[in-house]
Design a protein around this ligand. Sequence first.
Ligand code: HEM
Ligand code: CU
Length: 570
Amino acid sequence: EAAEQAELTAGDRLAFVDQYPSAARITRLCFGVSFSALLVGAVLGIVQALHRTNVFRGVIESSDYYSVLTGHGVLLALFFTIFFLSGAFTWGTTRSLGRDLPSPRFSMAWFGLQLGGAVAVATAIFGGFVGQVPFEADVLYTFYAPLQAHPLFYAGLAAWLVGTWLAGFDWIRSYLRWRGDNPGERVPLQTFMVLTTMLMWYISTVGVAVEVLVFLLPLSLGLIDSVDPLLTRTLFWFFGHPVVYFWLMPAYFAWYTILPKLAGGRLFSDPLARVVFVLFLILSTPVGFHHQYADPGIAEGFKFVAMTNTMFLLLPSFLTAFTVVASMEYGARRRGGSGYFGWMKALPWANPAFAGMALAGLMFAAGGFSGIVNAGMNINSLVHNTLWVPGHFHLTVGTASALTMMAVSYWLYPQITGKRLQLYGFAQVQPYIWFIGMALMSNAMHRAGLAGVPRRTAEPQYDQFSFEAALGSIPEMRLQIAVGGTLLTLGAVLFAAVMLATWFADRGRGRLRVDSHLPEPISGPEDSPRVLDNFKLWAAVAVVLVAIAYGFPIFSMVADGPFDPAAPPV
Ligand code: HEM
Ligand code: CU
């Protein structure tokens, strides 16, 4: 018992920045880009929320709405999240393997490529606001053909993607060197999570890479004069579902390895965590057709296979809910909590890192339920392309991932800068503001979507699209979206203020008081079979499942001419 207590409250150690300066630098750079994208994206978010609810339409013309929406989607869903992932995974592999980055120049190269690509993409998008420049990219974050962007958009996307691939090589290389020195040992949990996630990424990004390099970039350069919208959409969603796990895996990584510690305890089960990540690796790609239930040219049977796989994907999320809640309860009981539900009061709700992650997890449960509705082939037609869909994914990527990332930053940012967190009061209220804002905005979006209000339109005053026509006399839904969106943007601004103030703060004297020690799980890796760590096996299973789900449909789309827009007969 005394040893247990001693390990759980091990106290602060040498700050990460002093122990691993190269990795700390890359992590800081990635976080800097990530947080900047968040701030800009959030400002675009409030513009949209107020414009389309007719509350305030003075900032943009409706004709600029797609530029705003593209900027919002791309900056938040691709750059905020994935730059954060790049930083967090650099930290996690370095920490868990106990070795700094093998080659700081190589790491700077992948960071530079990601940043250069992101800047090119942003330039193309924001060019859409400025009349005279030749750039434009009002194609939304799904860039469906036949919408077309300036080549800069696609070239930037490709460069950024290659940057993410090289980042993965960096982490794999660290792992292989560690493996050379530690033959026969179990892969440390954080590194295990990074590697399974990256394997999923390598498999799934093949789809979007082919879409961009073979079809959309040549089309925008005028080298070819048509593409097949069905084929390019299929290649997009081949990547477009796994990317949602690329957003979620950094959150899972934090819920499994950081949250239990912040709750005052330790992870309940390392084996379950490994099983969950393996399931995500093998199941997240062969489900993409669940985004294409309404597309013609894909046989129903393949849509059905995608639906079945999607329902299986619920399993790892349920396992996560169980393991993470069990870990929090363990921590709460150690802190003196008791009762069936009363233990929750013993959790550290005033610690912003804990509160943000716990609230994010709670909202993820709600997002999971609306996701089950999206995934059902028949009931999907009720909500398809309505405001329900953004209502759903603002709970998942917009809160489960985004709020967790902000919460992790409250704990991790001091460790990678060596500075005390500033404006702590702002940080403490921020997760609650986000939670309330999202509860309002997302609830109203779901409700309006059920009544048929479409997504992706700037013109709510059209009668058949209006909130009033759809919902009768319920204008509160409009107001909820406007008020919720405003609170959310306030939340993002508070977060950015805390990070900026910390960035500019002096390092100060004395040791930084951050307890960075992550205790061992209750049930460790020795309780699970070694086959779980066989990355080659799981990657092979993943590829086979992808071939089964996609082989025939893609073959039939290509067989009638890969550049022929006509859909194949089904
Ligand atoms: C779309 C508001 C944060 C990702 C939207 C829409 C609104 C909105 C009103 C729907 C527009 C339409 O369909 O006409 C906000 C506000 C936020 C916020 C006020 C708070 C700052 C986020 C975050 C993420 C995100 C944190 C992801 C990390 C997206 C995406 C879309 C979207 C991907 C869809 C874009 C498209 O249809 O192409 N947002 N959002 N949002 N939001 Fe947010
Ligand atoms: Cu999906």
